[in-house]
Design a protein. Structure first.
Length: 192
């Protein structure tokens, strides 16, 4: 699907910072059952993409119920958690490089067709399952440079919702987020 208006974080992304959601109660009906620990980045990315595709305004202040639902979809159980756990292991350098290189091609092809891509970032190395809360999700929405040795993508990062100048570089020599977030590996999430 190619839309006439390209995605821009300042216009189309969730208007709430992911960092401000840490500690919010998660409710089932009116009953609080847990609190947000690592943020809602996956939900913000998927909800922003869905709203953009529909031509709807982005989520704002108190309108986070759909973001919570999208967050659950972003977990893509069991696929995404297993992938994070596999790639966050110290010593899994080959797997991280292979998965990131595959993601680089997938993202470039989708963006060439005009379709933004949710990208999971492995942001910590740990043997502990608790490392899962340190990972991050961004939305690649434009291809800035695509070469043999690296690709640079414009990304919406839910930690910086109004910033149209953020970039993600994927390269066999190493990955980099323009705001300094560690990117040990990247893989594509299904946009559901």
């Amino acid at each position: 699907m190619v839309l006439s208006e390209r995605f821009r974080p300042s216009q189309n992304a969730c208007q709430v910072s992911n960092l401000s959601t840490v500690g919010l109660p998660i409710r089932v009906g009116r009953v609080p059952v847990a609190r947000v620990t690592g943020g809602l980045c996956g939900g913000m990315v998927l909800d922003s993409l869905r709203r953009w595709r529909q031509g709807a305004p982005p989520a704002g202040g108190s309108d986070l119920s759909r973001v919570f639902a999208a967050q659950l979809r972003s977990f893509q159980v069991p696929t995404a958690p297993v992938q994070y756990l596999r790639l966050q292991r110290p010593g899994a350098d080959r797997a991280r490089a292979s998965v990131s290189e595959r993601a680089r091609g997938q993202i470039s092809r989708a963006l060439a067709d005009g379709e933004p891509v949710p990208v999971a970032l492995v942001s910590t190395l740990s043997r502990s399952p608790l490392g899962l809360t340190a990972h991050h999700v961004v939305l690649a929405y434009d291809l800035i440079e695509d070469g043999e040795d690296r690709s640079i993508f414009a990304v919406y990062d839910p930690n910086y919702p109004q910033d149209d100048d953020l970039m993600l570089m994927l390269s066999p020599q190493g990955n980099r987020h323009s705001r300094g977030r560690p990117v040990h590996a990247a893989f594509v999430l299904r946009a559901r």
